[in-house]
Design a binder for this molecule. Structure first.
Ligand code: ADP
Length: 178
């Protein structure tokens, strides 16, 4: 685990399972339908129960780079923030900007709902194919820039699935802060 202070906030990297986090919200790597999928999305709906999908159905989808919020159902987290990262093609289809938007819009939603702590998975790096190293740099930079000017978010935790993902984020964060 790695933990650093950024202005008045804390940024943490941990290896683990996003569904088990005790933060005010956890972020879902959703798709534009918000009607469920595999990976993180499948894990969140199966751990959180049917209330989450019930609320998602009423939202009518979510464009890439935007975010929506629902109950956390049976999860420890009170809320799930659903965001849609880009599918990675060749890096020339605005992927970087869309990925940054997904993180930033999730944090804006957390601020608007007066949430203090948020846990993120590594968006777009599973089924959506974003190279993990490039995605990590964008994810960390976007979050650091946000919390610098938004001290109302006390904690952002990246929950990385497996040691390879964890090490990639750790290396990217060490680069970013040096
Ligand atoms: P996307 O469609 O945005 O690529 P995925 O859910 O397929 O989303 O994968 C995003 C990342 O989340 C991948 O790096 C994957 O290894 C990781 N992941 C999968 N399950 C979990 C989990 N339970 N907790 C945290 N991360 C997870």
């Amino acid at each position: 685990m790695m933990k650093i202070d950024i202005n008045k906030s804390v940024l943490e990297l941990v290896e683990g399972d996003i569904t088990r986090q005790d933060t005010d919200a956890i972020v879902n790597a959703a798709n534009t339908s918000l009607l469920g999928g595999g990976g993180v999305d499948g894990a969140i709906h199966s751990a959180g129960g049917p209330k989450i999908l019930e609320e998602c159905r009423k939202l009518g989808g979510c464009p890439t780079g935007e975010a929506r919020i629902t109950t956390g159902g049976n999860l420890k987290a009170r809320y799930v923030i659903h965001t849609v990262g880009p599918v990675y093609h060749d890096g020339k289809q605005h992927e970087a900007e869309l990925l940054a938007n997904a993180y930033k819009n999730s944090l804006i939603l957390a601020s608007h709902h007066k949430l203090r702590s948020v846990a993120f998975p590594s968006l777009s790096t599973g089924a959506y194919g974003y190279p993990m190293n490039e995605a990590a740099i964008i994810a960390l930079k976007t979050v650091v820039d946000y919390v610098k000017i938004h001290p109302e978010i006390h904690l952002v935790r990246f929950v990385l699935f497996g040691s390879k993902a964890y090490q990639t984020y750790e290396k990217a964060l060490q680069e970013l802060i040096k």
